[in-house]
Every structure is written in structure tokens, then in C-alpha cells.
Ligand binder design. Structure first.
Ligand SMILES: Nc1ncnc2c1ncn2[C@@H]1O[C@H](COP(=O)(O)OP(=O)(O)OP(=O)(O)O)[C@@H](O)[C@H]1O
Ligand SMILES: [Mg+2]
Length: 618
């Protein structure tokens, strides 16, 4: 996905708070309402007590010290002590509750997204960069859970502080309380303005940051290519312009942040001046005590922070809401390939498989298969060969139902395969892909992925059948050897052998192998071939291979060019046809002979075999 698109996407989601979204966000709290209630109560307690302490201070000043009433002073001290303990308990409780609640919400959201992402079709992954999906799962869930915990904590606390302070101020002197209250809206507006601007800068910086992460990712994932092409310098320049951009945005954010506090302080000072001036007059008139003025000053500062907190939460909330919308949007994306209503489990895939006039294109609408028709008998081995980009992998993608035909049908045992559940189809297919994927973990765990309940003996048996056992035991820790992230610590051929063992263990009814022998040496290849043959007995299989030696024994070989079958037959039939297959085969054979023995003519291969020949009419 290009950067512009990512930005567009970000813009698209910075929407205002709307009632349905808010309702849905709040809905996330529903399963945890006890915890939410818990922190409302504790926060109310904390802030009420805070305001009360100030009131007690006033009493100490007015009564205890002014009247030299020692008993009253001790009494107040005792009240103080008790309430401080209460408050400490409450503070502990709500921080703890918010922490736990945050984790729970994140857990819920991650589970939701993870499960949904697993269900989404391959087409979704073809269109959405995996990195962005990961970011969505991690950072967006974090932001939403922050909003629902600390956001609510801060808001409640701030509101409670304002309310309780107001109540106590009104008790002391309601006219003065009104003056203080007029300051609040001014503060709120200024604080919100500042916060918005600061956050906007942070956003630029964050967006740049994600680009930088992307650059890191691309650069170092493809480090070999970068080095080989000597792209280091230009990549460095690109990287520098990004970091400069990020630096500037962060710099502006820092400047605004620095300006914010002094502004607030000046306004607070003005309010304080008014308070002391008017309060002084009230004292002269005997309507106010020194302790009262002191309490008002405390309440004023006590209200400054909540106001700023509210502004901060408000500004951040918009981004959390954007995160929430992205999460909901992802969770609402229906998988393109999904179970039809009333789908039933397929009892077996070992029936006749038919591609009936199948048309298929990927999202770009460029036709890949048109009117593709093929009938496969149970237990048959079908080999697909042909030029790159011809559509071989697409055919097996459709067969596995990673995608579904746009037109036409794929039938199993005479029944449209969309009548069956995806799970039942997938569980009966064993597949070894063009780019084998292993999960980080041990060799044994990777093989066992094929059938989780398999015993150690069965795992090793499968490895033997697949021809993987011999190399596995030469690994430092044998079956307990760690394969690294994505199997990176092994060679491609080794990964393929392990994938093959995994497929053997799964005991599939339909076996699919996409060019699994393309990147292994001849010895490994013959190992794989033996494994495959063992695996293919009694199952239907589709094998795609560029190395034709692998597929000589296939029941039928199909040459796929431009999404069409241009030749079909057994190995010897196709050789007789002297078409594309013949040319491919003789080329490979000649090449092999030349590299191994340094000659080719002796076996009587025609010189012209290398030259393109017109295809025989179909
Ligand atoms: N996810 C995708 N989105 C869009 N187009 C795709 C996608 N995958 C493949 N294609 C296109 O579909 C056509 C057939 O591709 P396919 O992968 O089936 O070829 P192939 O015969 O397996 O080639 P190869 O021998 O190189 O593996 C190609 O033109 C390719 O560009
Ligand atoms: Mg392919």
C-alpha cells in the first residue's frame, strides 16, 4: 500500500464522535460493568475526600489556630488521619481496577480481531499490508482500551473534583464561588485549543514514524537485495528526509507544550487576583474568614488540573475514536470466502472433482482463468506445468477454496463445493506451498501442526515417509531444533521437507504441492519425490512443478498457458505431441546432460529442440 493511501485512510477515520460509535465503544465495557462501577465509586470517594481536606484546612485555620482550641485541632488531625487512609485505599483500588480493566478490554479486542483476521479471505491479505494489520491489532486496541480506562478515570476524576470543589466553595461563600466558576469555561476553551494543536503535530510525527518503521522493515527485510543493488545511499537519503520531517513535527509539539503551562498559569493568576481582591472586601465586611480565602485559593488550583485533564482527554478521544472505528471496520469486513447458509460438512473429498466453466480474476479484474474446465477422477495425480504467470497457482488456490470462482462451479462428487463448509474442505486438504512457511518453534512442533493430537512416533513416522527424517537427525537438536522465525534458520529445501512431513501427518484426502521441489538439490529432490509418492497413494493430488522429472509419473499432465489448458496427456503422449511440453522437457533434459556429462547429442536429442516451434493446433 502506498503512503498516500495510508494517509488517506488515516484521514478518513478521524471523524467526529457519533452516537452509534460511542454506543459501540461503551458496549465494550458491558462485560466488565462491575469493574467500571468499582472505579466510579472509588474515584468519587478520592475526589470528595480531597475537597473535604481543603475544607478541614479552613477549619484548622479558622478554629484551631485562630481560637487556640487545642482539642479541636487534635480532633481534626484524627479525622485527617483516618480519611487519608481511606483515600489511599481508594486510590490503590481505582488504579488497580483501571489497569485490570484495560488489559481485559485489550484482550477482548485482540481476540476479536485475531479470530476475524484468521477468517478473512486471502483476497483481503492481498490488498492489505500485513504490517498495517498488525499495527491495527496492537496500537489501535491499546488506544481504545486507554480511552475506556484512563480516559474514563481522568474524566470522572476531573468532573468529580470540579463538582466537589464547587459544592464546598458554595458552602463557604456562594458569591465568590460564582466568580471562580466563570473562569472554568475560559480555561476549558484555551486548554482544548492547545491540546488539539499539540495532538495534530503528534499525529504528523506518528504518521511519519510509521513510515519510518515501514522503511526500516522494507530495508532490512530485503537487506540482501538492497546491498546487492547498491541502494544503501538512496535509501539513507529517503530515511533522512523522513526523520527530519518527524523531528520538525515533534519540535513544534514541544514548543506548543511548553507554551501551554505558562498560559494557564497567567489565567490562573488573574483569577487568583480577582479572588483575593473580592475576598478581601468580603473579609472587611465580615462575610469571609482568612481560612475561607485560603480554601478558595486551594480550590481554584484544585480545579485547574481537572480542566486541563478534560481538555487532554477530549483531544485524545478523537484519535481513540478513530482507532475504534478502524477496529470496528475491520471486525465488520465480511470474509469474501465464507460458509453459505446451510452449508454442510463434506464427508470426503475423494470423489470426482470438476472445474465446470470456471472464470476467475483477482481484485484487479484482469481475467486469469476463463472458461476453465477439468475433470479429475478420485485418486488421480494431476500435474500442472507451464510458463510463469500462466495460472497454475491460481488453479490450486481455487481448488483449496482460498478463492472462489467468479463464474462457473467447482464440484466435488457432483456437488458445488460452496455447499460444503470451508472447515471441512480445508481439513481434508494437505498442501505444500511454493514458499513454504514454518512457524517459530521446533521441528517437531512444525510437523505436528498438521495434526495436533499426533504422538511423537507418528511425527517421526511422517518425517520418514516425507524423507525429512534423515536431515532432521543431523540438526544439532534433532526434532527439538528451533527453526527460527518463519523457519529462517533452515534452507528452503529443508523447509519444504518439513512442510511435506506436516502434510503426511495430516493424512489429507487431497494433496496439493506447488512447485515444492524448485529449490532443492537433486538428492533432496529424489527424497521429496519418494515422500510425495508415498503420500499420493490413494489420494487425489495436484502437483505443480517446473522440474519435470518430478511429474513424469503423473496420470495426466496439463500444460497451462494464459489460464487455459493447451496440452494434456501422459508424459509419453505429450512427448509424442512435440508441443510445449516436449520443448520444456527436452530443454531440461539437454541442460541436465550438458551440466552433468558435458554432452547431449549422443542421446540423439534433436538440435532444434531449443528453438521455439509453433504449437500444434489444439
Ligand atoms: N493475488 C493476486 N492478485 C492479483 N493478481 C494475481 C494475484 N496472484 C496472481 N495474480 C496474477 O494471476 C496470474 C496467474 O498467476 P499464478 O500465480 O496463478 O501463476 P503461476 O502459473 O502459478 O506462475 P508461477 O509458475 O510463476 O508460479 C498472473 O498474471 C499473476 O500476475
Ligand atoms: Mg505459482
Amino acid at each position: 500500500m502506498s503512503d498516500e493511501l495510508i494517509e488517506l485512510e488515516e484521514e478518513e477515520y478521524t471523524s467526529q464522535l457519533t452516537a452509534p460509535v460511542l454506543r459501540r465503544i461503551m458496549g465494550l465495557l458491558k462485560p466488565h460493568s462491575i469493574w467500571v462501577f468499582g472505579f466510579f465509586v472509588t474515584i468519587a470517594l478520592v475526589s470528595g475526600l480531597d475537597a473535604y481536606f481543603t475544607y478541614l484546612n479552613k477549619q484548622i485555620i479558622d478554629q484551631g489556630i485562630a481560637l487556640q482550641d487545642r482539642e479541636r485541632v487534635f480532633e481534626i488531625a484524627a479525622i485527617y488521619g483516618t480519611f487519608i487512609l481511606f483515600q489511599a485505599g481508594a486510590v490503590f483500588t481505582f488504579i488497580y481496577l483501571a489497569g485490570v480493566l484495560g488489559e481485559r478490554i485489550q484482550y477482548d479486542l485482540r481476540k476479536l480481531l485475531f479470530n476475524h483476521l484468521q477468517d478473512l479471505s486471502l483476497s483481503y491479505y492481498a490488498q492489505n499490508a500485513v504490517g498495517r494489520l498488525i499495527a491495527r491489532v496492537t496500537s489501535d486496541t491499546g488506544r481504545v482500551s486507554d480511552l475506556l480506562t484512563w480516559g474514563i478515570v481522568d474524566t470522572t476524576w476531573a468532573l468529580m473534583n470540579i463538582i466537589s470543589s464547587t459544592v464546598f466553595m458554595a458552602i463557604i461563600n456562594w458569591r465568590l464561588a460564582l466568580i471562580v466558576l466563570t473562569i472554568i469555561p475560559v480555561m476549558v476553551v484555551i486548554a482544548i485549543e492547545f491540546r488539539k494543536r499539540i495532538l495534530a503535530e503528534f499525529r504528523v510525527s506518528r504518521r511519519t514514524n510509521s513510515k519510518i518503521t515501514g522503511a526500516f522493515n522494507e530495508n532490512f527485510q530485503g537487506v540482501r537485495v538492497v546491498k546487492a543493488l547498491g541502494r544503501e545511499d538512496s535509501n539513507t537519503r529517503e530515511f533522512q528526509s523522513l526523520t527530519t520531517m518527524m523531528y520538525r513535527a515533534s519540535y513544534r509539539a514541544a514548543w506548543l507544550s511548553a507554551l501551554f503551562l505558562p498560559t494557564v498559569q497567567v489565567i490562573a493568576a488573574i483569577a487568583l487576583g480577582m479572588l483575593v481582591g473580592y475576598g478581601g472586601l468580603q473579609i472587611e465586611a465580615g462575610l469571609m474568614t482568612i481560612g475561607g480565602i485560603q480554601a478558595f485559593v486551594s480550590y481554584l488550583t484544585f480545579m485547574m488540573w481537572p480542566v486541563q485533564d478534560l481538555a487532554r482527554v477530549y483531544a485524545e478521544m478523537q484519535h481513540s475514536i478513530a482507532s475504534a472505528e478502524r477496529i470496528f471496520n475491520l471486525a465488520d469486513t465480511p470474509p469474501e470466502v465464507h460458509d453459505r447458509p446451510g452449508a454442510v460438512p463434506a464427508s470426503t473429498l475423494l470423489g470426482e472433482i470438476e472445474f465446470d466453466h470456471v472464470d476467475f480474476h483477482y481484485e484487479d479484474r484482469k481475467p486469469v482463468l476463463t472458461d476453465f474446465t477439468l475433470e479429475v477422477k478420485p485418486g488421480e495425480m494431476i500435474a500442472l506445468v507451464g510458463p510463469t504467470g500462466g495460472g497454475k497457482s491460481t488453479i490450486v488456490n481455487l481448488l483449496c477454496r482460498f478463492y472462489e470462482p467468479r463464474q462457473g462451479q467447482i464440484r466435488i462428487h457432483g456437488r458445488d463445493y460452496t455447499d460444503f463448509t470451508l472447515e471441512s474442505i480445508h481439513s481434508k486438504i494437505g498442501i505444500v506451498l511454493q514458499t513454504p512457511h514454518l512457524f517459530s518453534g521446533t521441528v517437531r512442533e512444525n510437523i505436528r501442526y498438521g495434526r495436533l493430537e499426533a504422538s511423537n512416533e507418528e511425527v517421526e513416522q511422517a518425517a520418514k515417509v516425507a524423507g525429512a527424517h534423515d536431515f532432521i537427525v543431523t540438526l544439532e537438536k534433532g526434532y527439538e531444533h528451533n527453526v527460527g522465525e518463519g523457519g529462517n534458520l533452515l534452507s528452503v529445501g529443508q523447509k519444504q521437507l518439513i512442510s511435506l512431513a506436516r502434510a503426511v501427518l495430516a493424512r489429507p484426502e487431497l494433496f496439493i504441492m506447488d512447485e515444492a521441489t524448485s529449490s532443492v538439490d537433486t538428492l533432496t529432490e529424489s527424497l521429496i519425490q519418494r515422500g510425495m509418492e508415498a503420500l499420493m497413494k490413494g489420494r487425489t493430488s495436484f502437483v505443480i512443478a517446473h522440474r519435470l522429472s518430478t511429474i513424469r509419473r503423473a496420470d495426466r499432465i496439463l500444460v497451462i498457458e494464459n489460464g487455459k489448458i493447451t496440452e494434456k496427456g501422459t508424459h509419453s503422449e505429450l512427448l509424442k505431441l512435440k508441443g510445449h511440453y516436449y520443448r520444456l522437457y527436452t530443454q531440461q533434459f539437454r541442460h541436465e546432460l550438458e551440466t552433468r556429462y558435458g554432452f547431449a547429442d549422443a542421446v540423439g536429442l534433436p538440435e532444434t529442440a531449443d528453438q521455439p516451434q509453433p504449437l500444434p493446433a489444439d
